[in-house]
Design a protein around this ligand. Structure first.
Ligand code: ADP
Ligand code: MG
Length: 471
C-alpha cells in the first residue's frame, strides 16, 4: 500500500509506537493527554528519526514546545537508539470531520486514514476540548457542591450579567472541570452566537509563549479577547516563573472584564493561596464570586454512584452502592473508577455484582493506588509484548501461548507490586486460589532458567513496567 505520508511499517514498528504512546499516556496528566495527544500519529520511525504528525498545527506546536524532552527520551528508550524526533503537520484532506473514539484511536495507527487525520477548523477545535457528557443534568447535587452548582448554573444562564469573575475551587476529582464544561455546553446550546472559550491553564500559557516566540501577539490576543465567555481550568498550573504569562493573563482579564465578558476560573485552592501568582492577579480573582466544592457526603456519593451506573448501563444493588460509597470517600473520580472496575470484573468472571466482588475490587483499587503500578498496566505490557489480547490474559483460555502470557503477567505482578498478596493477584485474574500464582511463578522461573532470551525479554519488560511509575 502506498499513499501520501505513508511509510512501510512493520508490525514491530506499530508495537513500538504503541509502547511509546502508552508511556506518554501514563506520564502526562489525563486532562492534557486527551487534549494534546489524541490526534498525534507517527509518520515515520526508522533507526535515525521519528516524525510525529498531526493535522492540527496548534496542537502539534504545543506538543513540540512543551513535551519535546519527554517525547525524545521515551522514543529513545523504546527504540533503544539515540534517534531524533521531528514534528510535521500532516496534509489537509477532504475527509469529513470525525470524532476519534478513545478505544479505537490506536488501531491501525499507520493506516492512511489516521496519518491524514482530518483538519479541524479553529472553532471546532475549541469546542473539541469540551466533553459533551459533562452537563448540569449529569451533575449530582448535594450539600458539598450545591453552591458551586448554583453559581455555575447562574453563570451559564445569564452569562455577562453574573458575578465576574466566578472562581471555583476544590480538591482533585470533585467536579470542577465537569461544572466548567457544563457551563460551556449549556451556553453553546442556549446562546449559540456567543463565543465560549475553555482552556486548561497550561494551554493558555502555551499560546502566550508561542506568541512570544513568534513575536506576534495578534493571534492569541484575538483568540482570547474575542471570547464572550472565557473559562480557564486549573489555574494552579500556571508557573511561578512565568512572569510574562501572568502579565498577559492580567491584561486579558482586564480587557474581558472591561468589555463585560464572563470569566470563570477553577483552581485547587482559594485565590489567596495561589502563592505562585502575582498579587495583582490574585486580587483580580478575588474581586468576583468565590465558591468551593467539598468532598461529597455519603448520601451524595450514593446518588453519584447510582447516576454513573445508569450512565454505563450497569445495574448495581443498593447494598453494593452503599458499600462502595461508605469506603470510597475522598474523590468522585475514585467512585467512578470503582464502578468501572466492578463492571469489568463482572464481565470477565461472569459473576453477578455482589458485596464480595465489590469488596475485592475496592481492595485491589486501594492496593493499586498505593502501588503506582496496576494489574492493568502489567497486563497491557504483556499483551503488547506477546501479542495476546488483554481479555485472553485475564480470561480462562488454556491455549498454550495465552497461558504463558497469563503466567508471565502474574509473575510480573509479584515482582512489580510487592503490596499485593498472592491472593490479591489471584483475585485480580479472577482466580480465587493463591496457588495459581505460585504455579505461574514456578513455571516462569523454570522457563527463564532454560531460555536466556526469554529471561532477557522478561528483564526488559519488568524494567519498562517499573519505570513507568506514575509521578
Ligand atoms: P476536577 O476537575 O475537580 O478534578 P472532574 O470534574 O474531572 O474533577 O470530576 C472527576 C469525575 O467525577 C468526572 O467524571 C465527573 O463527571 C465526576 N463528578 C464529580 N462530581 C460529580 C457530581 N457531583 N456528579 C456527577 N459526577 C461528578
Ligand atoms: Mg479538572
Amino acid at each position: 500500500m502506498t499513499g501520501a505520508g505513508k511509510g512501510n511499517y512493520t508490525e514491530s514498528e506499530e508495537v513500538r509506537w504503541g509502547k511509546f504512546y502508552e508511556k506518554l499516556e501514563k506520564e502526562i496528566p489525563r486532562q492534557f493527554f486527551e487534549i494534546f495527544f489524541n490526534d498525534i500519529r507517527p509518520l515515520e520511525w526508522n533507526d535515525e528519526r521519528l516524525i510525529i504528525t498531526s493535522a492540527d498545527e496548534k496542537i502539534l506546536s504545543h506538543v513540540k514546545n512543551r513535551y519535546y524532552k519527554i517525547i525524545t527520551s521515551f522514543a529513545r528508550e523504546v527504540s533503544n537508539r539515540e534517534i531524533r524526533v521531528q514534528f510535521k503537520v500532516s496534509e489537509k484532506t477532504n475527509a469529513p470531520v470525525q470524532e476519534n473514539p478513545k478505544n479505537e484511536k490506536q488501531l491501525n495507527i499507520f493506516s492512511e486514514k489516521h496519518v491524514e487525520a482530518p483538519r479541524l477548523s479553529p472553532a471546532d477545535n475549541a469546542k473539541s476540548y469540551i466533553n459533551k457528557n459533562y452537563t448540569f443534568e449529569r451533575f449530582v447535587k448535594g450539600p458539598s457542591n450545591e453552591y458551586a452548582y448554583m453559581a455555575a448554573l447562574g453563570a451559564a444562564q445569564a452569562p455577562k450579567k453574573f458575578h465576574n469573575p466566578l472562581y471555583l475551587f476544590g480538591g482533585v476529582g470533585l467536579g470542577k472541570t465537569h461544572l466548567m464544561m457544563a457551563i460551556a455546553n449549556s451556553v453553546n446550546q442556549n446562546f449559540p452566537w456567543m463565543k465560549v472559550l475553555y482552556v486548561p491553564s497550561e494551554a493558555f500559557q502555551s499560546d502566550i509563549l508561542e506568541a512570544l516566540q513568534t513575536k506576534s501577539k495578534a493571534g492569541y490576543q484575538e483568540k482570547y479577547r474575542s471570547a464572550d465567555i472565557l473559562l480557564i481550568d486549573d489555574i494552579q498550573f500556571i508557573s511561578e516563573r512565568a512572569e510574562y504569562t501572568q502579565e498577559q493573563i492580567f491584561h486579558t482579564f482586564n480587557h474581558l472584564y472591561q468589555h463585560n465578558k464572563q470569566i470563570i476560573i477553577s483552581g485547587d485552592r482559594p485565590p489567596q493561596q495561589l502563592a505562585m501568582l502575582k498579587d495583582r492577579l490574585i486580587s483580580r480573582f478575588q474581586s468576583g464570586l468565590i465558591v468551593d466544592i467539598k468532598p461529597p457526603n455519603l448520601e451524595t456519593r450514593e446518588a453519584i454512584l447510582i447516576s454513573k451506573s445508569n450512565e454505563i448501563n450497569f445495574d448495581v444493588p443498593r447494598d453494593v452502592v452503599r458499600f462502595i460509597a461508605t469506603h470510597e470517600k475522598s474523590q468522585v473520580r475514585l467512585l467512578e473508577a470503582a464502578l468501572i472496575k466492578l463492571k469489568f470484573s463482572c464481565q470477565i468472571t461472569n459473576k453477578k455484582v455482589d458485596l464480595d466482588l465489590a469488596r475485592q475490587v475496592l481492595q485491589e483499587l486501594s492496593v493499586e493506588q498505593k502501588a503506582d503500578i496496576s494489574i492493568e498496566d502489567i497486563v497491557r505490557e504483556v499483551s503488547i509484548n506477546m501479542a495476546v489480547r488483554n481479555e485472553d490474559i485475564l480470561g480462562k483460555s488454556r491455549v498454550e501461548k495465552i497461558v504463558l502470557a497469563r503466567h508471565l503477567a502474574m509473575y510480573l505482578a509479584r515482582k512489580a507490586i510487592p503490596e499485593m498478596t498472592l491472593l490479591n493477584i489471584a483475585n485480580a485474574f479472577a482466580r480465587n486460589d493463591h496457588t495459581t500464582v505460585l504455579n505461574a511463578e514456578k513455571n516462569i522461573k523454570m522457563k527463564m532458567d532454560s531460555d536466556a532470551i526469554f529471561m532477557e525479554n522478561i528483564k526488559q519488560l519488568l524494567n519498562i513496567i517499573t519505570t513507568q511509575k506514575k509521578i
